[in-house]
Each structure stands twice: as C-alpha cells, then as structure tokens.
Design a protein around this ligand. Structure first.
Ligand code: SF4
Length: 252
C-alpha cells in the first residue's frame, strides 16, 4: 500500500496543466509557413507533393490535403516553405485551411475557429462525441484515444467519447470514408439526436488524403452534411484536437 503511494508520488503530476499553452517538440511538423514574398516556387509542386496540397503560382498549401511530410520544405532552395511546430491548425471552414504566403501561425486559429453562441450555450460545459473510423489506418483513432488519457485529459473540460450515438452530441469522423463504411457513417449520424455537430479529424476525413482518387471511397456524406470543425493532421495530434474543440466551444 505505502509502496504504491510512494511510486505515485514519485511519478508526480502527469497531466498537462494548461493544454492551451502547451508547446510541442520542434521536430513536430505543424502549420506550414510560406515566406511573405514567395510568388513562385523553384520546383514542380505536383512532382513533390503526394496529395496535391501544394499549389504554385500563386503559392498555397491546403492543410486539409497536406500530410505534413515536409517534402516541400526540403525541396525549397531559399527556404520559401518551412514547417513550423505549431499544432493550432483547426478551422471551421474548408477555405480557411488554405495557407497563403505571409500567413502567420500565431494568429491562425484565433481567426479560423469562430465560437458560435449557440454552440457555446448547448455544448460549452458538456460535449459527448461518437467517433467513427471510416476506413482509416488507425493513426488518428489512436491519437484521439490519447485525448482522454491522463496527459491530455480532455474529460476535465466535459469533452468525452461515448460508446453509443444515442448518447452523443456530435460525430467525429476519421478515415477517408470507404464504400463499406459510408452506410455505417450515415446511420451513426442519423442516430444522434439534433442539434448535433460534425467534426472531421485528420487529412483523410477532410479531403480523402492520399486515398482521394481511390474508387473504393464514397464521400457523398460530405455533400449531404456540413462539417462544423476541421482538425487537420496526419495523424491528428491530441493537442490539435483538444485545442480546436475548446476554441469551437468558446473556451478562452
Ligand atoms: S508537407 Fe504538405 S504541402 Fe508539403 S509536400 Fe508534404 S503534403 Fe505536400
């Protein structure tokens, strides 16, 4: 008994005290910074970028398609593109995920996720989410699981994953949505009582990612339903998810 208590004291406090201020290791590849004067890249973007996220003339990077591989940064002769380690990259619309020259990561999420008064009122103190893995590799799913562990502990904000859509306020989609999973995704969404929210987590869910041209996908769900929050990443970092949802709920 005393031995267990002693070990527990030695372990110390494992939770990140303030997830909003947490900083990641510089090796993490997050918000891609394009230098302000970058008018045209010195290489063929289509040959370098595996997902078509990088566009040339004018230069832009679509974080909804980007897998954060860093190849574009390595191909730049004059450091026109550098991957920052900023993980605050969520947005409430697809257009806001497109990064242009001069865009700053420090200000990005403030403007990219607007807390709606209705969402704050309904879900600000308690948000239960049903997660659907719609053909993903399990990378994003494992990271989302980590959101509830002792380090990230999103339960302290009243945010949690639940086992049944009947108990949920919204759905979190991961994976590119395969034909096999499309009916299950639709059924799960229908089983959630209104009002409800949709969160697309990870590059595959947002755009199809590296599978976007596969004949085995059925992404018509996104034609029928509007996504409320996009959380980019390949895979999604728990701090990206927790911070994006907190901002969406209006937590300062
Ligand atoms: S980091 Fe993103 S934009 Fe750059 S090459 Fe990789 S996928 Fe394309």
């Amino acid at each position: 008994m005393f031995g267990i208590i002693k070990v527990r004291i030695m372990q110390g406090d494992q939770a990140i005290p303030d997830v909003k201020k947490a900083v990641l290791n510089p090796a993490f590849r997050g918000f891609p910074v394009i230098s302000p004067g970058c008018g045209r890249l010195s290489f063929d973007a289509d040959k370098i970028c595996p997902t078509g996220a990088l566009k040339n003339d004018p230069v832009s990077i679509d974080m909804g398609k980007c897998v954060f591989c860093g190849e574009c940064g390595r191909a730049c002769k004059n450091a026109e593109i550098e991957m920052s380690y900023c993980h605050h990259i969520s947005a409430d619309s697809r257009e806001k995920l497109i990064i242009k020259p001069g865009d700053k990561y420090l200000e990005f999420e403030d403007a990219a996720v607007m807390a709606r008064a209705e969402i704050k009122r309904l879900f600000g103190r308690s948000l239960k989410l049903r997660q659907v893995s719609a053909g993903g590799c399990n990378g994003c799913e494992m990271e989302l699981n980590a959101c509830t562990n002792v380090n990230f502990d999103m339960g302290r904000f009243g945010i949690d994953f639940v086992a049944s859509p009947r108990h949920a306020d919204g759905i979190v989609i991961t994976g590119p949505v395969t034909k096999n999973m499309a009916p299950a995704l639709e059924d799960t969404y229908k089983a959630i009582a209104s009002p409800k929210i949709i969160i697309a987590a990870g590059t595959c869910a947002i755009s199809g990612g590296i599978f976007k041209d596969s004949e085995e996908l059925d992404r018509s769900f996104f034609d029928r339903h509007k996504v409320d929050l996009y959380v980019p990443g390949c895979q999604v970092h728990p701090l990206t998810f927790v911070n994006g949802v907190l901002r969406f709920l209006g937590h300062k």
